[in-house]
Ligand binder design. Structure first.
Ligand code: TMP
Length: 420
């Protein structure tokens, strides 16, 4: 259905057209305690649209943060996503810090990471005294503090940027990783970035890339914490409005395909050939046309049918199925495809915060990986964090050896062979 028209959150035009609705969805990171399973869960209508003016793909409705980042009894906010669970991610951020030090920093340059989580990136910088984490969730900010990283527990805004600049001066580099796509008020955010950057300062942001989402049919990237789906084309328009420009860009393998952009105030750096190269590819792929997204909507529906067919068929054949990795993406798939504890006995996850909890919406129990390793009766494990498939398959060779098989849902639901 493409009949709902609302205002584009980015350029405020009325040319925002919905191209897919997922129905009512829970908050993907709102894992539940056993005693809360009977209580009503917050749900919202998840739908995604395309702005024919500024070309930004975006959620039709963004549930406000305070519906899903809620203080505990001690007033501390809690976020269940901890960045440093993947060794490959740790290595990825290590390489990013090295590159930034080489290209942009001198001994006194200051670096800030907005939404820096447990400090996964900042702790790889050589000069820890020059880095600052801005992280609204207390539990993960505390982990960063414990590694000696100064952390401000707050949401970034122009107001906060002004306060911090008064206190600490301007910054040479501002990072965001998987944060920029979730900003409800982009204009306020970019005014803050512009104010906080030195004259030749660089804003470096990494977010899932729309072209990869389309080619992987990765509908599981669409959930409340991902308000926008970026292309170089839509981002260029947004930065133009703020007198800034993308002077370099580099595709990354993380999160199933992300784009890293390097942005400065206009005219401060030579523009490399890379952003233009990506723009050309996007044009070829039809990223500026609603038709491409209507095709994507069909792919999503098809994928759901195939996934349900595959799992139900295995279940009917008497197989035992579990999940591997209680990723946010997986919660999307479980709720959209209606995969519950009647299909998956449990989900194994290495994040201590998630173990003993239940998944939002479908209420599948999450267990420590030891339970999965000791359980020799599992025939199939649905590998929800498909973006970490290589690392996980490498780690779980014993599961394969004893005849266990992984299932992935993207780009088409299928049973993985070891040589995959
Ligand atoms: P992500 O795709 O959003 O990073 O989430 C990955 C989830 O999978 C996270 O909850 C941690 C979990 N996980 C494991 O349980 N084992 C692993 O080996 C890896 C890499 C992730």
């Amino acid at each position: 259905m493409i009949d709902i028209k609302k205002e584009c959150r980015i350029c405020h035009s009325s040319e925002l057209t919905q191209f897919h609705s997922f129905g009512e969805m829970p908050i993907v990171n709102a894992y539940l305690k056993k005693q809360d399973l009977e209580k009503p869960e917050y749900k919202y209508p998840l739908a995604v649209g395309f702005c024919r003016d500024c070309k930004m793909v975006q959620l039709m409705i963004m549930p406000p943060y305070d519906t899903y980042i809620i203080p505990d009894e001690n007033g501390k906010t809690h976020y269940s996503y901890v960045s440093s669970t993947s060794q490959r991610m740790v290595q990825h951020f290590n390489e990013l810090a090295k590159e930034v030090e080489r290209r942009f920093l001198d001994n006194s340059s200051k670096v800030v990471d907005i939404g820096g989580n447990d400090g996964i990136l900042l702790k790889t910088y050589k000069k820890r005294e020059n880095v600052l984490n801005i992280e609204p969730s207390d539990n993960v900010a505390d982990v960063a503090r414990a590694s000696g990283i100064e952390s401000v527990s707050d949401f970034f805004s122009e107001g906060l940027a002004r306060r911090l600049v008064k206190e600490k001066g301007k910054f040479k580099v501002i990072h965001t990783n998987n944060v920029f796509l979730n900003i409800a008020n982009m204009d306020d955010f970019l005014k803050g970035i512009n104010h906080m950057l030195e004259d030749k300062g660089v804003f470096i942001s990494e977010d899932p890339y729309l072209l990869d989402i389309l080619s992987n049919k990765a509908y599981d990237q669409i959930y409340e914490a991902h308000g926008c789906f970026f292309s170089i084309s839509s981002l260029s328009r947004l930065f133009e409005k703020h007198n800034m420009e993308i002077f370099d860009a580099e595709h990354q393998w993380v999160h199933g395909g992300s784009m890293r952009i390097y942005v400065s105030k206009k005219g401060r750096y030579d523009i490399t050939g890379r952003p233009l190269g990506y723009l050309e590819r996007e044009k070829e792929r039809g990223i500026e046309s609603l038709e491409s997204f209507l095709d994507f909507s069909n792919d999503i529906r098809e994928n759901r049918g195939e996934m349900r067919g595959l799992l139900k068929g295995l279940k009917m054949a008497g197989k035992r199925l579990v999940g591997y990795g209680a990723a946010a993406k997986g919660v999307m798939v479980q709720n959209y495809c209606k995969i519950g504890p009647d299909i998956l006995d449990y989900i194994s996850d290495s994040t201590p915060e998630k173990q003993g909890m239940f998944t939002p919406g479908m209420h599948i129990p999450i267990v420590h990986p030891d339970i999965f390793h000791e359980d020799k009766e599992v025939d199939y494990a649905v590998l929800f964090p498909w973006n970490h498939a290589r690392e996980i398959i490498e780690k779980e060779r014993d599961f394969f050896k004893r005849g266990g098989k992984f299932i992935v849902h993207l780009p088409h639901p299928r049973i993985l062979e070891l040589e995959d």
